[in-house]
Design a binder for this molecule. Sequence first.
Ligand SMILES: [Mn+2]
Length: 474
Amino acid sequence: MVKFPPSRAEIRRFQRAVEDVVSFLKPRLGGDTRVKIISHTDADGIAAAAIMARCLYTYNVPLNVKFAHPLKPDEIAELGKGNHDFFIFLDQGSSQIEAIHKFILGRKRDVVVIDHHPGEFPDHPNLAYLNPHTCGLNGAKDVSASGAVYSVVEQLDRSFRPLVGLAIVGAIGDRQELFSGFTSINDTLIKRAIDLGFLRVGEGLRLIGRTLNQVVECLRLMTRPYIPSLSGNLSACRSLVDALGLSPSSTLAELGLEAERKIKDAILAQVGPPATNEEFYRRLWGAIYTLVTEDLVGPRDLGEYAAMLDACANLRKPEFGFAVAVGDQSTQSEALAILNRHQEQMLNVLEWLVSHLDSFKLTPRFRHIYFGSLVGPTMVGEALSLAIESGLVATDRPVLGITEVSAEELKVSARSTPILAAQGVNVGRALAEAAKAVGGNGGGHDVSAAARIPRERMDEFIAKVDQTLSGGSE
Ligand SMILES: [Mn+2]
């Protein structure tokens, strides 16, 4: 008997929404429609934009791509004044639909929003949207923006199928892979990619640099998980590899599965309990996704691919990752150099964090730490995720990191866990409400969110977040 996944009806609704967007897109792909793509500055946003761009290039549609964090209303107003006929919002747009209506649809321009963040979608004849939330799916795990964009271009023409690898890169970048694997649309995409011969799934040490760096360097740069006795410690990493009699100049991937197992066991022995719990183990060891298509340029390991795009985004060079993802071989070495630089910086941030664990402050509902100008606003969220995943910070409540954007503005990043989310804790809602109350703005998913707030209202913001997380309101 065939067993269907529980969300079959939702997947069908998603598929119908995909078809609606395709019908909207088709008549706009010919002629001289000038397209503006606005996508999110992160791995998922870059992969999503690359999938859409490769599709539009095929139809010779003139296009311009802008990477940004979710645009504010005045920035959307500015966009509307430009000379583009057609705006495609990717990995953002759902929470800005009011401004999109006012400043873009109001000027008789066409808009497509393909996003996986929660939002509202008042109908408009010039608007098409695809969002898992409107189909009863969970945008935090069932599909990323890249997966949604891929679903659209695949429906448009099967020749775009080799791009499925980028859909998975986006899902990995947005941390949609659970310990049990991918769910729903993401799971379908993985299976399709394997069936079509574009992807191979194996197992191994899930470390960034497993195919790119010599093993000792790969271990030294390890931040996911960050292991205090090894990460950043070259001689300790060299000793570990030497003691196993392995070639230090090979990559992990070259050493092979048996050697990888030995290294994994050596790491676990070195760290010891209680850190080496099931979760820690699963972080270190598990599925490895390898591209097997020449249609995509970039690292063959999709975890490394996502890390490369994220590094480009975080170091404010998203166009380098985008260039690789649309197939520019000549940009790859620069993009990988950016990845390396980003890994070194993240290592420094985590070293700082480990030596400042007592700087975390506790409120009844969350803990928070003030980074000042030590950590750039683009690195805070990632640093918190890594700290949680490495077991450096307790996860009995959400964690917030606060950093300086300018003399007037602070950036706040929040990270929570699926366990807390299941108990009704929603940092996306908390940050959105609290930021609004202090004249800033913010939002996001239940387990991951960000906000920008005026510096002088930080204390008020912290009190407001606590109140919102307690279930209180005005
Ligand atoms: Mn995303």
